[in-house]
Design a protein around this ligand. Structure first.
Ligand SMILES: [Zn+2]
Length: 340
């Protein structure tokens, strides 16, 4: 099969890879209907995360089950399935509490690499959720978005305790931030403030349900949020970047007693203890347990209640993955969908 391999920073190539096979009785092999490039793939692509030798890339996936191991019970060949970026058993105490991305048996899909024609998915029963029937082609981008960016934005909104009628601010205008806006709207937020200085992203944020746009960053951004919230700060703030500046911005945008949901993968973030102490905010986040939300998200997508696939503003054949990475790196694209 063909698959994307990162050889060194900014050196991504689509090459011949060995076809995956069933290795464990709980595995499934799926044929990707579509795959994509994640904002978090840009960390190793840019060399900010070390690259040690040729690494298969990609952890987002949706497609048709080709083959299952002898112990797989809940998914069958021919079904269309969506899963998360961590395989999970969905039965341990952590999974049952809704934190499948911290499952005691979790396995990262990123090391398998789903920017490919086929992928082996471990713990298939716990990881994969089948759609009702094979979806029509136009739903595939939205179902793929559920695999990570929608589920992650949704967890951000859930962790930030978004409530009907309350005020929400979103730090970050990548796919996750934009879909956190969509999640906040679905969860009934009153005022939704998207923090973005990039016009096409502002437009999509407004279409997903943002009521206000703030273009300032850092302390100016926090001051702008205070101004829009009678000087109090937002009830709920979703942090979808993962840098020192964005995390402090999120905390400073939140009113005392409010909640920060942080889902941007943290890079060199250090929190000043005294500021945290006097902020009196709740912090909750981490790798999103997307699996918790998948059944609900798949239903909303198949009912056409939400259209998260609109974050894909560039579609390329898998063979052109290198251009897909470049376009996201240079912020010419919000998110690249790859067709195997
Ligand atoms: Zn588990």
């Amino acid at each position: 099969m063909r698959g994307a391999i990162l050889h060194a920073p900014r050196d991504i190539r689509v090459e011949q890879r060995e076809d995956p096979t069933i290795e464990q009785p709980t595995d499934a092999v799926i044929r990707l209907a579509a795959t994509c490039v994640c904002g978090s793939d840009l960390w190793p692509y840019r060399g900010i995360e070390p690259v040690s030798g040729p690494a298969p890339m990609g952890h987002e996936y949706a497609g048709i089950v080709e083959e299952t191991g002898p112990d797989v019970r809940t998914v069958k060949p021919g079904q269309f399935v969506v899963g998360s970026f961590f395989a999970s058993d969905n039965t341990c105490g952590i999974c049952r509490a809704g934190y499948q991305s911290s499952c005691v048996h979790r396995q990262p899909i990123g090391s398998i690499g789903t920017q490919a024609e086929l992928a082996r998915i471990p713990l298939a029963d716990g990881t994969l959720v089948a759609t009702p029937g094979v979806p029509s082609e136009d739903l595939v981008p939205s179902l793929l978005a559920a695999s990570d960016v929608l589920g992650t934005g949704w967890f951000g909104a859930s962790a930030a305790q978004v409530q009907p009628g309350k005020t929400v601010a979103v730090v970050g205008d990548g796919a996750v931030g934009l879909l956190a806006v969509l999640a906040a709207r679905q969860l009934g937020a009153g005022q939704i403030i998207a923090m973005s200085r990039h016009e096409p992203r502002q437009k999509l944020a407004l279409e997903f349900g943002a009521t206000d746009i703030v273009t300032e960053r850092g302390d100016d951004g926090a001051a702008a949020i205070k101004e829009l919230t009678s000087g109090l700060g937002a009830h709920s703030v979703i942090e979808a970047v993962g840098t020192q500046e964005s995390m402090l911005q999120a905390i400073r945008c939140t009113r005392p007693g409010g909640h920060v949901g942080y889902v941007g993968v943290s890079h060199d973030v250090e929190l000043p203890g005294q500021e945290l102490f006097f902020s009196a905010v709740h912090l909750h986040g981490g790798p999103a347990p997307v699996r918790r939300f998948l059944p609900e998200l798949i239903e909303l997508i198949c009912d056409r209640a939400i259209d998260p696939g609109r974050v894909f503003d560039l579609t390329l054949p898998l063979e052109a993955a290198a251009e897909g990475y470049r376009a996201m790196d240079e912020r010419r694209a919000i998110k690249t969908l790859l067709r195997p």
